[in-house]
Design a protein around this ligand. Structure first.
Ligand code: ADP
Ligand code: MG
Length: 385
């Protein structure tokens, strides 16, 4: 935090009014359910984006990131237009745009930020960036917007201003997660429940393995899956796939076939419906203190993403296969797919063996060495000083 504050002073010539942090996240279970009105269960990472911010009254928005080459970017807060910024500044500018669009009197800001959230690794550096700006402006301009609503505005910034069609999970996780908990979120009504998730106390660990393969979130594959899900819901006559009952899934898939749904649509529907059910199973297991038993549910989730949703890749499959072969309790890809990160649930005593097994499997396949770190559920966005 001191570094960010000092760098702000060096850039803008005065102390910032405050310093805020917002975390990246990993999703424990509930993948590609958030745009189907379904359930997700992310938790916050200890990795954060930290921003030092001051208000301005002259309409100028000045942005600087320690993680990007180049100087301060200066924009006019009143003249922001979706689709006009094409670099990283679109994320913070989009937040200012969304706040102003919603009628909040944000009259400019000086911003300097620095992040420890790996970018483009499926750990939501974009949401951390949006949420830290939204929280800072909410505090400084005394807007009184609750966390879940800030998340909505950040999603709007990313969807409309940046042009990336993401669901509501990432921003809500960054804004609302609590330390030691996973966030059970119903993306239909945005109701939340904090589920205790303290693996260390039970002798377990959760590893994140960043495959270093860049995912491309806003590319055609994501759009195709989304469109396929919408088609499935339309054919079945429901608002969203969330409304397809898990215990009627086989009959519903048959009906979908009769209604003209092809094999691909049926696979997409099967993933979403079984994945929603897996989230509910994980919540029930955690609430019953049967934490180890979530392992196989996570692994089932991976198989569903690989075989039904078809968004895995050789690197993600290698993490999962190598970790399970080395004794992991469960493993799955996490995030949008086609790269990014996987998570591995393991007994604390097995962490070293599993890490080595994954690294060796990557070396044997001539993949770039993965980045492996332990994830402890950390707090959501907050003011640091
Ligand atoms: P993810 O959210 O999975 O990390 P995205 O592609 O959604 O990947 O977001 C990554 C983008 O967010 C980066 O390309 C960059 O534009 C922006 N970004 C994230 N962190 C920072 C940062 N610290 N400084 C500047 N831009 C950032
Ligand atoms: Mg993102």
């Amino acid at each position: 935090m001191e570094q960010v504050r000092n760098d702000f002073v060096a850039l803008y010539g005065s102390e910032p009014e405050g310093v805020w942090a917002a975390p990246g996240r990993v999703n424990l279970i509930g993948e590609h359910t958030d745009y189907n009105d379904g359930f997700v269960m992310p938790f916050a990472l200890p990795h954060t984006t930290v921003a030092a911010v001051s208000r301005r009254t002259d309409g100028r928005l000045r942005l600087h990131s320690a993680d990007i080459e180049g100087g301060v970017v200066e924009l006019d807060a009143a003249a922001l237009e979706p689709g006009t910024d094409h670099d990283w500044t679109a994320y913070p500018a989009g937040v200012v745009w969304a706040l102003r669009e919603a009628g909040h009197p944000v009259t400019g800001a000086d911003v300097h930020l620095a992040s420890t959230v790996p970018s483009g690794a499926g750990l939501s550096s974009s949401a951390a960036l949006e949420v830290v700006i939204a929280l800072a402006l909410n505090d400084l301009y005394e807007l009184g917007i609750p966390g879940w609503k800030l998340a909505r505005l950040c999603q709007r910034a990313e969807n409309v201003y940046v042009g990336a069609p993401t669901g509501i999970m990432d921003q809500t996780a960054s804004a609302c997660c609590e330390a030691g908990h996973a966030l059970f979120l119903d993306t239909r009504d945005l109701s939340q429940k904090q589920i205790p998730f303290d693996l260390a106390a039970e002798g377990m660990r959760l590893l994140v393995v960043d495959t270093r393969v860049k995912h491309a979130h806003s590319d055609g594959e994501y759009g195709k899956r989304r469109a396929g899900c919408e088609k499935g819901a339309a054919l079945l006559g429901v608002d969203a796939l969330r409304d397809v009952a898990h215990d009627e899934l086989d009959a519903e898939l048959e009906r979908l076939g009769e209604l003209g749904g092809d094999e691909e649509v049926r696979r997409l529907v099967r993933h979403v419906v079984t994945e929603d059910h897996r989230v509910e199973r994980v919540v029930a297991l955690l609430e019953a203190g049967r934490t180890r038993e979530i392992g196989p549910v996570l692994t089932e989730g991976h198989a569903s993403l690989r075989d039904d949703f078809r968004i895995s890749c050789p690197e993600l499959d290698t993490v999962v296969d190598a970790a399970l072969a080395a004794g992991a309790l469960g493993a799955r890809m996490t995030g949008g797919g086609f790269g990014g990160s996987a998570i591995v649930l393991a007994e604390a005593a097995d962490v070293e063996t599993i890490t080595k097994a994954v690294q060796e499997a990557f070396a044997a396949a001539s993949f770039t060495a993965p980045r492996v770190f332990e994830a402890v559920p950390a707090p959501g966005a907050r003011r640091l000083g």
